[in-house]
Write a protein that binds this ligand. Structure first.
Ligand code: FAD
Length: 482
């Protein structure tokens, strides 16, 4: 009679009740099956400054039958629940392993860019041709404007000041000039170049800078307050958000998904996976070896004194990134602290090593010498989800299964995750048929493992993935700094 597809190999993981709810700094998605159950937030500045989390629906406490489950309670999952309710009248159930926005959405730089993933618009043209690049631009721009509007509705300390892309060496100025030309002449943006002197005079005295590209599209937010706001909107429209409810096992029986959580089995007709870089390798075979989780480290200093603000000439909260391959992202926060982050650590076990913190404090000293040695009040890290081409995929990977995913932002999802929620909700509701926008590569081609790492895709070679990443980082560092 019934055909049972047993995910996670042949055996579901045994359900486990939350026993240890302490924050685990060494959590590693390549090693552990789930990010825990009801664990504390990472010790981020955002958690310390967001206030009490708004009410959620608590853990799953019994078996239940529902229509749509969203796995993962970050900004992607909450937006998906919001738009399922708002646009399609579907009250979804969000299952979050730990707390609302526990993953990247409470750890990011909060830099909301007019982007989805890491590829530049010139790279879109190279890969997919001008026609597709223009359509993709229309789509991403629409998504950014939707995000911008949401940041006005939600109390999230939004600063709509654009984005400064800083040439960290003279040889990068020509690259930024070309990026500016493409954005202005081909896509019609008001992007412009600015000299190092203008940057230092009007924004901040960034000593690494040789010039900068300024784009008016960029909104810095308090990412945790923003995601709390998305959750409140979604719940007000009928969504349920169950925290401390990790999906620990998944079977599909007669087309119904049986999702095992510590408090009960949630049976769902449709499932949307929004677990980002926290996607466990064993959650579903559909996603095994499809994403590379990569660590991003971040620090926030104590508030700058008036003397330090004068010495660094900070006049704006506009956010900045630089042209390094392992780029730094940084900005002045509303209470005059400096946030700065980059990529350095490779495994969870490695993340606490002082060398990774030093990379960030050295960067502060180089970019803003008057701040050398400044006290660091917050230091944390989180896992971003990287796909083969650094662009997200919002698809239904197997047409025989009622499972969708919105994953693979490559660490650039603060803004796009909200639009991802809108589009994936449309797909789950069956409203994507015959719509040309869903022919775009991010909606029509599969999520794949990054090319370099495909070499190490087999289980036997898995330990060498991290070694490969280590050598790649060394190579990037030599290119960026020597
Ligand atoms: C340090 C850092 C800095 C960043 N800076 C920026 C930036 O400045 N700009 C930008 O655009 N992007 C940035 N990002 C990326 C950005 O934060 C994310 O792309 C964005 O928040 C969207 O996240 P998400 O909702 O897809 O995933 P997440 O917020 O990571 O949410 C995924 C959730 O899934 C849950 N989960 C996982 N497995 C299970 C399971 N089995 N059952 C139930 N729940 C599960 C996790 O607990 C987690 O809460 C940064 C990320 C990091 C880590």
């Amino acid at each position: 009679m019934s055909t049972a597809q047993h995910f996670q190999g042949q055996t579901a993981l045994p359900p486990s009740r939350p026993t240890d709810t302490r924050y685990d700094p060494q959590y590693d998605p390549l090693v552990m099956p789930t990010p825990g159950a009801g664990r504390d937030y990472a010790p981020t500045y955002w958690v310390a400054s967001a206030g009490e989390p708004p009410p959620d629906d608590g853990p799953v406490l019994r078996d239940m039958d529902v229509d749509v489950v969203v796995i993962g309670g970050g900004s992607t999952g909450m937006s998906t629940a919001l738009y399922l309710a708002q646009d399609h009248g579907i009250g979804a159930v969000v299952l979050e392993a730990n707390q609302t926005a526990w993953g990247c959405s409470s750890r990011s730089g909060g830099q909301g860019q007019n982007a989805s993933g890491r590829l530049t618009r010139s790279q879109w043209i190279e890969r997919w041709g001008l026609d597709t690049a223009k359509k993709l631009d229309t789509e991403i721009r629409t998504g950014f404007e939707n995000f911008r509007a949401l940041t006005q509705e939600i109390d999230c300390n939004a600063f709509d000041g654009g984005h400064l892309y800083v040439a960290h060496r003279a040889s990068k100025v020509a690259y930024l000039q070309e990026q500016t030309r493409v954005r202005r002449d081909i896509f019609g943006y008001g992007t412009r170049m600015m000299s190092a002197e203008e940057l230092r005079e009007n924004y901040c005295d960034e000593r690494d800078a040789h010039a900068a590209m300024w784009e008016p599209e960029g909104v810095g937010v308090h990412p945790l307050k923003f995601t709390f706001g998305l959750m409140q909107k979604a719940r007000a429209l009928g969504a349920k958000v169950h925290t401390a409810s990790p999906v620990q096992g998944w079977q599909t029986i007669n087309g119904v998904h049986h999702l095992q959580t510590p408090g009960g089995v949630v049976r769902a007709k449709r499932v949307v996976v929004c677990t980002g870089g926290y996607t466990g390798q064993r959650m579903t075979p559909i996603l095994k070896n499809k994403l590379l989780p990569i660590l991003s480290n971040s620090v926030v200093t104590r508030p700058l004194t008036d003397a330090e603000l004068n010495a660094t000439n900070f006049k704006s909260q506009t956010f900045l990134t630089d042209t390094r391959t392992l780029r730094f992202y940084y900005r002045l926060l509303p209470d005059n602290r400096l946030q700065l982050g980059s990529r350095s650590a490779i495994s969870g076990a490695d993340a606490e090593r002082p060398v990774h913190l030093k990379l960030l404090t050295d960067a502060i000293a180089r970019k803003f010498p008057p701040l050398a040695g400044i006290q660091i009040d917050y230091s944390w890290w989180g896992w971003v989800d990287v796909s083969h081409d650094m662009m997200p995929r919002l698809t239904r990977p197997d047409p025989t299964q009622t499972v969708w995913h919105a994953l693979g932002y490559g660490g650039n999802g603060v803004s796009f995750s909200t639009w991802a929620g809108k589009r994936i909700a449309q797909r789950v509701a069956g409203k994507d048929q015959g719509q040309a926008v869903f022919q775009l590569p991010i909606y029509s081609s599969p999520l794949e493992y990054p090319n370099f790492f495909k070499l190490f895709r087999s289980e036997a070679l898995a330990p060498f993935r991290r070694l490969g990443q280590h050598f790649l980082y060394k190579w990037y560092w030599m290119q960026d700094e020597l």
